[in-house]
Structure formats: C-alpha cells, structure tokens
Design a protein around this ligand. Sequence first.
Ligand code: GTP
Ligand code: MG
Length: 187
Amino acid sequence: MGECPEPTLPEYAFIGRSNVGKSSLINLLTNNSKLAKVSGKPGKTQLINHFLIDDSWYLVDLPGYGWAKVSKTQKAAWKKMIWGYFEQRPNLTNVFVLIDSRHEPQKIDLEFVNDLGMAGLPLTLVFTKVDKKGANQAQSNMALFRKVLKKNWEELPPDFMTSTVTGYGREDVIGYIRGINEEIGIQ
Ligand code: GTP
Ligand code: MG
C-alpha cells in the first residue's frame, strides 16, 4: 500500500479468483498484451499494479483470491493487502469483480462480492472466458449468479461478458469506464 501512487486520480480495480483473467482483461482493454503479466498458473500477480491511462486515470491489477498454489501465510498476506487497498483508497472509482463464466456460482465469488458490497464499494461484475463454453452457458451461469445475489442485494450491480481471445465485451467495458470518467469530469 505504501508504494501506491498518490491517490489523486480516479482508479478502476480488477479483482477475482486467481487465474480468472484480470491481467488479461487489462491487456485487452489497453490493447497491449505485454502490459500486465499473464500466466496459466494461478498466482501470477502478486502486488498492486497501477497502470496510468491517458495521464488521467488508472487501471489497477490486483492479486487474485482463491486457489493460487501459494502458502497459507502468503494468501493471508495478499488478503490483508487487498482489503487494505479496498478500504484505504479514497480515489477508488469502481471495482470490477471478475467471475469465470464457465462455472455455476461459486461460494468464494459470492462471498467476495457480498463483502465488497457490504464495504460500500461501487461494483461491476465481469464474466470472463466466454469463448470457452460459449455465450449460452455463460448467460445461464450469469443468470444463476444474479439469482443468488438477489437474496442479499436490493439492486444488482451491472454486469458484462468478456473474452480476451475474441475481444468480446471490450468496447462495452471501455464505454462503461468512459461514461463514468465523463461523469466525474475526466476526458
Ligand atoms: P492471477 O494474476 O494469477 O490472479 O491471474 P489473473 O486473474 O490475472 O489471470 P491471467 O490474466 O493471468 O490469465 C490466466 C489464464 O487464463 C491465462 O492462461 C490466460 O491466457 C487465460 N485467459 C484469460 N482470459 C481468458 C479468456 O477470455 N479466454 C480464454 N480462453 N482464456 C483466458
Ligand atoms: Mg494477474
């Protein structure tokens, strides 16, 4: 946290299970496959990474939660760092929570979304890897996820579907960020 840039510009953070595709999505959005480090092995991103866009706002890549093959101590340290970040960034504009669209709702994702909601953070869901099992499967898993969330949420967060392989959803997510930036006076 101590090495994060001064919290003067709006920032958009990406969180989700290890390997869900956070770093890949940042690369897709920025059209730069070398920006954030990607790996087939869960647990690649280990620190808070700020990417400055147009000198006026940040995309923030975070370590994942869940099944990275790292020690319990390491996991606890990441958890502390991630929550320290969520709780101490006054300029945090939106949190994108990434969820693997191939799976039915997983407890760990539901809990994380609920915890972020309880913390009062503005959330958006992104269902990733839609190329793998197709849009129908993704849609049905998304519908199930929304149904479970509805038990706790009065109003559901917005959601998107993406694929970093086909580029699906890229323009939607960019348009969404642009819309928020305009609202807060960033061009
Ligand atoms: P950690 O940093 O370990 O938490 O992972 P991450 O969430 O940043 O995932 P990362 O972007 O490193 O991607 C993990 C793996 O999923 C890599 O092998 C990617 O190529 C793959 N991947 C990411 N997005 C997609 C997608 O939309 N479709 C497919 N087919 N593979 C994807
Ligand atoms: Mg990563």
